[in-house]
Design a protein around this ligand. Structure first.
Ligand code: PDD
Length: 285
């Protein structure tokens, strides 16, 4: 049985109820986070909460729990739910209004929801056992505020579904200039001649916490070169390696783009080196 947190109580998932007038339900008007936990250890907790606070500030949700208050909820969910590898989902919607009206109401209390779900074990940095991902590609048709981790995910869901229906694990997205943005639920990278490149942070992509930690770890360690710059569709098609990152996948190697092998079609050496550094450094955030 899954125990969830709703507003101020822990209760079985089946008993957790919200009003249909909740603006999260009616408008997707909310902010969320997914934070991984392995053997009870949360990864990147503080930066995740910082991003959530930035998102709430940007959309005018006034909710000011401290990182420690959030950590207590996350740790209680870890205690109350079984499983060594858990994703902790945190969600704050603007709250329940008495009417359906687009403008932000100023007298409603935010709805707070959190639950734990199973995620795969953290990847092992060994290319002989790593799962190679297959991705499809499409034009990025989401909105121009992709830096906000909004619960309004229909654009992402439709892009994910497009790839899923073709048997792909993810969908890589390109803007109108055929420049890589990200994937439907991951950040994206290429490797060419040993150099890693990933699109810069702007309104077209989510500032991924895995991306932040990976780049920080790689830059501090120094043996792999990383560039944050525009990456073109041609570069993706001619890359030696392609990766996607997210909290529950860490660094995931892509071996096929639109049915064609990436590089030699095998998981690459640079991936193995990068995932090894990430595995060693991820608990320092
Ligand atoms: N997805 N880009 C998008 C559009 C995402 O939805 C995500 C995360 C990422 C990676 O961010 P992070 O490294 O902070 O997990 C990039 C989450 C896991 C989800 O929606 O389930």
């Amino acid at each position: 049985m899954s125990i969830v947190f709703l507003n101020d109580a822990y209760l079985p998932m089946e008993e957790a109820k919200i009003s249909p007038m909740d603006r999260g339900f009616l408008f997707g008007d909310g902010i969320y986070e997914v934070i991984p936990s392995y053997d009870g250890q949360l990864v990147g907790f503080a930066p995740h909460i910082e991003r959530m606070n930035n998102g709430m500030k940007e959309i005018g949700i006034h909710f000011d729990w401290s990182t420690e208050q959030w950590r207590q909820v996350a740790n209680t969910l870890i205690e109350k739910n079984e499983g060594a590898n858990l994703g902790i989902y945190l969600h704050v919607s603007r709250g329940t209004d008495s009417k359906r009206f687009h403008a932000y109401p100023d007298d409603v209390a935010p709805t707070v929801f959190a639950f734990a779900f199973d995620i795969p074990a953290a990847p092992v940095a060994d290319k002989s056992v790593a799962k190679g991902y297959k991705v499809s590609t499409t034009r990025d048709l989401r909105w121009e505020r992709c830096h906000i981790k909004s619960t309004a995910l229909l654009g992402n869901v439709m892009h994910f579904q497009q790839g899923y229906e073709q048997g792909a694990n993810e969908t890589l997205l390109f803007n109108a200039n055929n420049e890589l943005t990200e994937a439907s639920a991951c950040n994206a990278y290429i490797v060419k001649d040993g150099v890693i490149a990933t699109p810069p942070l702007d309104n077209q992509i989510l500032p991924g916490i895995t991306r932040f930690m990976l780049l920080d770890i790689l830059k501090k360690e120094g043996s792999l070169k990383v560039e944050e710059r525009v990456v073109t569709m041609d570069e993706v098609r001619n890359a030696d390696e392609v990766w996607v990152t997210s909290s529950s996948k860490e660094v995931a190697p892509v071996i096929e783009v639109d049915g064609k092998p990436v590089g030699n079609g095998q998981v690459g050496d640079v991936w193995q080196a990068a995932q090894a550094l990430y595995s060693a450094g991820k608990h320092n955030y």
